[in-house]
Design a protein around this ligand. Structure first.
Ligand SMILES: *[C@@H]1O[C@H](CO)[C@@H](O)[C@H](O)[C@H]1NC(C)=O
Length: 263
């Protein structure tokens, strides 16, 4: 936070000493002291404006951040779905990698389950994360990584990989790299939670946080896309999920795709 005002001050200082007309007016006109004072005043006002604007921007950002978190439909969704997923995947839940925003909460919840080990990849900045989250990062359970690049894990490192929300923010170009990579590090399957078209609207804060607005694609778009990527749907798991969800009165407000790992 202190960087911004410092940088701004230096910039003002540089341009202030190179005012072309302040030097020439100094030697010729009587009004030069007044002019310099006026210029200094203008400069001070500009600096105050920029500094105020700067800190204001940061505050706005932080407020927007917590607000956006509450609106992460699929982020909360994936946490609510844990009991259903346990029922469907049973033993395959023993070694899980979750990829998506607020993965710290998901990992914290998962490790409380019996016989479940969990790791997380947080695709976005966690500067504002709480101490628990920073502890998970220190322990190496959660990594902060740009998922546009290959994940630093060996093939089939995890029994199950669950990705929530993050795919909505990737263009097809990056999806082409990320999705096969998620499948690569899983052995028993990949579960993708994606937003429903028309349910969530992109906010200015989201755009600035993720670099591009979320794009909610229809289920037929995804199914076609998965086929292009040679990712096979796991029909049995999808069916079991539907049955378990009904039994447990879990109504997903996201699209949930069950995919087989590559063989
Ligand atoms: C993504 O991969 C598919 C299948 O290989 C290909 O048809 C498509 O052109 C690729 N899209 C981009 C944006 O690279």
């Amino acid at each position: 936070m202190s960087r911004r005002p410092v940088g701004t001050g230096r910039r003002f200082g540089d341009s202030g000493s190179f005012f072309p007309f302040s030097g020439s007016s100094h030697s010729k006109s009587k009004s030069s002291p007044l002019l310099s004072i006026a210029l200094i005043l203008v400069g001070a006002v500009v600096v105050i404006f920029i500094v105020k604007g700067g800190s204001g921007f940061i505050t706005v950002n932080r407020v927007a951040f917590s607000k956006v978190e509450g609106d992460f439909l699929c982020t909360l969704e994936v946490q609510r779905a844990i009991p259903v997923l346990k029922k469907v995947y049973g033993d395959s839940m023993r070694k899980v990698l979750h990829v998506g925003p607020d993965t710290c909460s998901m990992v914290s919840k998962l490790v409380k389950e019996e016989e479940t080990e969990a790791w997380g990849v947080e695709p976005y900045d966690i500067e504002d994360a709480d101490a628990t989250c920073k502890g998970l990062v220190r322990k190496g359970l959660v990594r902060v990584a740009d998922i546009k690049f290959p994940l630093p894990y060996r093939p089939k490192s995890f029994s199950l990989v669950i990705v929530s929300e993050a795919l909505d923010y990737l263009s097809p170009k990056y999806l082409n790299r990320t999705l096969p990579d998620l499948a690569r590090v899983s052995s028993d399957g990949l579960i993708a939670f994606t937003g429903l078209p028309g349910r969530q609207k992109a906010k200015v804060a989201e755009v600035s946080k993720f670099g591009r607005p979320a794009k909610m694609r229809s289920s037929s778009w995804w199914v076609k896309y998965f086929m292009q990527m040679s990712l096979e749907g796991n029909e049995a798991a999808a069916k079991k999920f539907e049955q378990a969800a009904t039994k447990m009165s879990y109504e997903p407000s996201c699209q949930v795709f069950h995919l087989k790992s590559y063989h």
